[in-house]
Design a protein around this ligand. Structure first.
Ligand code: RIB
Ligand code: CA
Length: 305
């Protein structure tokens, strides 16, 4: 099996960092060809720094990191997650990065790389601003993207940032709407499934026992981020790429509420024929996961990392 070549758009953030460790621990199955960064959990500069810190920890400074959107398309900034600590990696002791940031804005680079690849798989675990800008700049981009795997949204459960909406879609609801309207095949792993993917004490002990630099950073993130939010949100998107059979899904038409106010970023998920009302599904909505299998997948990958 040849490894899936994919571009990772993210806002590290502790769980984005855990997602990177999962992906980079499985080079047999996944080939992360580029990282694009967006402001989200913390501001753009620490996000770009954290992405490079994690790549350097894994000896993968060969993977280019591109800086992207520092703010949402329309919504006011203002949304910074308190879950990840002021540095974005829950107070990590990783050194500051030495690898230079790659030249080019993330939105332009997404388009350039997709066209160079011919058909690019994108995994996105932050606000979708870079992807939306890329779609606005390059209307033909959908012809060069095979699929987008997204961590974001809350279809049938309460949000985690407002009662109605999840963080990534709350930060930039307009970007989410643009991406879901693109016609590109989308898999959405929202809070419906990521809240099932919990961090356990056994998992932490197994990771600690590996006792390598990668495992020790993973343990730090699992303990310090996990103490505030014990859900493996972003790693779930990578796990989907690795082992989709672990998950339950339903076909759905997803639209995003973009008006300002308490519902901004809310997901409207139509599944039944009546709710679809003649519209075709635009999303594979992930609704469940074998959490034990998922945790084992993560520990095994960190062991390899
Ligand atoms: O709601 C969880 C999502 O928002 C995760 O991607 C986390 O990193 C934050 O970006
Ligand atoms: Ca994220």
């Amino acid at each position: 099996m040849t490894a899936l070549r994919f571009l990772y758009d993210c806002d590290p953030g502790a769980d984005d960092a855990l997602a990177m460790l999962l992906a980079l621990g499985r080079p047999d199955a996944l080939d992360m060809i580029a990282v694009t960064c967006v402001a989200g959990n913390v501001g753009l500069e620490p996000v770009v720094s954290n992405a490079r810190r994690i790549l350097e920890l894994c000896g993968r400074q060969d993977i280019p990191v591109y800086s992207g959107a520092a703010r949402p398309i329309m919504a006011s900034r203002g949304r910074v997650s308190i879950m990840h600590g002021s540095d974005g990696l829950a107070g990590s002791t990783l050194p500051a990065p030495v690898t230079p940031v790659a030249t080019g804005h993330a939105a332009n680079e997404i388009s350039r790389i997709a066209r160079a690849e011919g058909k690019l798989h994108i995994c996105a675990t932050g606000p979708l601003t870079n992807l939306a800008l890329a779609l606005l700049l390059d209307p033909e981009l959908p012809d060069f993207v095979s699929a987008i795997t997204i961590m974001g949204g809350a279809a049938f459960c309460p949000g985690n940032t407002t009662p109605l909406a999840e963080f990534n879609f709350t930060v930039d609801p307009h970007a989410a709407a643009i991406v879901f309207d693109s016609g590109i095949p989308i898999t959405m792993l929202g809070l419906d499934v990521t809240r099932q993917a919990t961090v356990t004490g056994d998992m932490i002990e197994q990771v600690k026992a590996i006792d390598t630099p990668v495992a020790n950073e993973a343990a730090h993130l699992l303990i310090n981020y996990g103490s505030k939010d014990p859900c493996l949100h972003d790693p779930a998107a990578i796990a989907w790429l690795l082992k989709p059979e672990m998950f339950d899904t339903v076909q759905s038409h997803i639209s995003i509420y973009t008006n300002s106010g308490p519902a901004a970023g809310q997901v409207i998920a139509a599944v039944s024929e009546r709710h679809l009302a003649g519209r075709l599904p635009n999303c594979t909505l992930v609704t469940g996961v074998d959490a034990e299998e998922f945790r084992k997948l993560f520990v095994d990958a960190v062991q390899e990392g």
